[in-house]
Design a protein around this ligand. Sequence first.
Ligand SMILES: *Cc1c(COP(=O)(O)O)cnc(C)c1O
Length: 428
Amino acid sequence: MTFSPSHDFALQLDAQDKLASFKEAFVISDPSLVYFDGNSLGMMPKAAQDASRQIVDEQWGRDLIRGWNKGWWDAPSRVGDKIGQLIGSAKDQTLVGDTVSVNLFKLATSALTLQPNKTRIITDTFNFPSDLYILQGIKNLLSEGQRNAQHEVIRIGSNDNDLTPDLAALEAAIDENTALVTLSHVVFKSGYMYDMRRITDLAHKKGALVLWDLSHSVGSVPVHLDDCNADFAIGCTYKYLNGGPGAPAFLYVNKAIQEKLSSPIWGWWGQKNPFDFDLEYTPAPGAQRFLVGTQPMISLLTMEAALEPTIQAGMDSLREKSILMTDYASFLTESWLVPFGFSLGSPVDSAIRGSHISIRHVEGYRINRALIEEMNVIPDFRAPDNLRLGFAPLYLSFADVWEGFERIRRVMEEKRYENYPKQKLVVT
Ligand SMILES: *Cc1c(COP(=O)(O)O)cnc(C)c1O
């Protein structure tokens, strides 16, 4: 498509947008706000707002402990199956609970202990830092512990200016001693998207298991875990799934390996018959063994309601709009912002890009502050120089995108960022 920078053109794109009406499914408390951070914290669906009131007033307030037999106990697997539809997982492989970091700990540890003779974990420097910390912690635990295996975490390097990983280096690093390859499917800074099938096949050929972090993919790009024969996945529900701050994460374990695995955390929710109160642990069948303890039910059930618009819209339509929107945003970056010293920090080819883009500028941090504090635009900043713009196709219009870029342009023209200190706030 040939884009134009005119406002009329943005309105034309909106007129052709089949998903335009989904904006009405969200609480828009400030119509002039341009929200480019749905990849960090999604907006609130009306269905979730309504559900949260019902959950508090009726389920907690009235049902009290009877709620456990009225849908609370089964919620991790029921909601897991709903998310499963969005990531190409057949039933009984996806469960909701805990955080992404904790789920990574459980699944990666279990993958390593399944293969005691292999010591390598392969990841890359594009991965989310918490994922890298968890892997370092696992290495520390297993290497220092009684097993005394010398585990190593290999990070395929790339420097700050790289947008795409070194696939040849990744391929070369996966060897017969590799127990696990774990990557972010869509990486958090540049939005680069891995070819899940290709990397999974590559790792399997060398006998390694594969774990995908879907935090920036679920709800923004179609994922086909079963089809790609992925072993494990984890992901976030408060980003593109709009589940609300701190909503519990999910995990996926392929049916083919479920019965071979042992969780490193044996809790009563992962026990075969929790209400027998047996004094010895026996793992629950299937992926259920990766649950640990009581889940944050108010948050989990609110998130369940929040899935409605995503499921209704369907991943293929969402992806189609997201590609058009990120292409359009890349075009506006080139037309309006490159002259002010910005460069595009994301792949130009939409086939290897998720639903957010980074635009880079040495003054990125101060520009971000000026946008939030004076212009009512919310992007976020990721060091060293990435202004990150998320495009949630459910509730952003093309006119919103146009307006957001127009305001960024104004900040540059008027050098408004110069009013802010270089000293960073805690949350960027
Ligand atoms: C957001 C995000 C997380 C979040 O982890 P939590 O433990 O749930 O806070 C993890 N990994 C990636 C890739 C993310 O983008």
